[in-house]
Write a protein that binds this ligand. Sequence first.
Ligand code: UD1
Ligand code: UDP
Length: 396
Amino acid sequence: MQQQKKIKISAVVGTRPEAIKMAPLLQGLSAVPSIETHLISTGQHHSQLEQVFSFFELTPDVDLKLMKKNQSLNDIAYKAIKGMDRLLEQADPDLLLVQGDTTTAFAGALAAFNRQTPVGHVEAGLRSGDLMNPYPEEANRKLISAIATLNFAPTYVARNHLLSEGIPPSTIVTTGNTVVDALYSITSKVTDLPEEVSRAITNHNRVILVTAHRRESWGKPLADICAAINELVYLFNDVEVVFPIHKNPKVRDVVFNSIVEHKRIHIIEPLNYFDFISTMKHSSLVLSDSGGVQEEAPTFGVPVLVLRKTTERPEALTVNLSNIVGTNTEKIVKQASKILGDTQRAAQIAKSGNPFGDGRASKRIIKAILAWSNGKVPYLNEDESFVYAELETSDG
Ligand code: UD1
Ligand code: UDP
């Protein structure tokens, strides 16, 4: 009997969140006999990315090793496009998967499009509506949508953005976010605070978990966030701040110059994914400008104050799981104090569930890829799509 030709899928990642969100999908794809996968790392990040590869036991087939201190967005983009062009020529995949909105994702998608290789966009359709917030990610994701063949929208909110931009409905599949699949793969194993954190803090104190790295916050906005942290530990004597700091020197310089030395403020190196999630689970409040963190915290009912002007993840706001506070010191302190003063709130929001996904996004994406490859439409039936009942309707 003639053997069926395998579908060749390349996937490209370059930064920590892309690797976390692509990991469950890659694991799922590698279990399908009719699919052959090939993982490319641009190496846009180094240690933060290696932490994820090692945790999920992923080994890229090839690494472009692009990371360099203080390089421009165009440096990364041009090197990624050039490197991807060569790799795509060698691998000649039937589909290139990109995730999210980084320079790696955009450059990968453009390199594939220029070679007429179909692009599958994981986490398609997120929009803040402001090209400069987040910068350059809002532009990157819109540009990818314009050239993608398959659009894996996490929610109906994202799907509706794509529809309103004229993206053909037949190319859009509503899947849930793979970040929740990654979370579900570890949540049953998460028990205590990681040793590194529990050693540093006083027993029974409440934890505020902080992350901040966005380009549009470099400089004064980040210093203002730090000023709020300084104030919060003086206002609440049972609160410990745990701040795993991004490797970017532009972030580190400001944070190290702005945070006061205080026994209840712990600036630590990036935690591995498991330890980060364990810390999140035991936190009373998260202050963050991270996209992934906004999507993860609802699983544990931990309130998030979003340290940004806008968010492309309104699902959590709508059901009162997060609030946008921006970077103004006074506003952050006021909102954080409100949450820390209301111990009932966490218990209430814990019941809402996670509006971003249900742990089955990768399964839906794989099913849709197989249908696409066999020319079967729709790629996923409406009743198989991800729906967060409290929020979304298909005609949105
Ligand atoms: C990038 C993405 C952003 C994503 C973020 C996740 C773009 C334009 N930005 O931002 O969308 O939210 O990753 O973290 O693609 N560095 C290290 N080690 C590391 C990682 C970074 O030293 O493991 C330092 C390097 O000096 C590097 C700098 O951080 O040059 C900035 O990294 P870069 O990928 O340019 O941008 P991010 O701000 O991390
Ligand atoms: N994360 C981690 N260790 C840390 C901080 C974050 O593993 O010290 C994880 C977190 O769980 C989330 C992702 O990294 O899944 C978010 O990455 P980041 O904030 O760098 O990027 P963004 O989500 O803003 O694009």
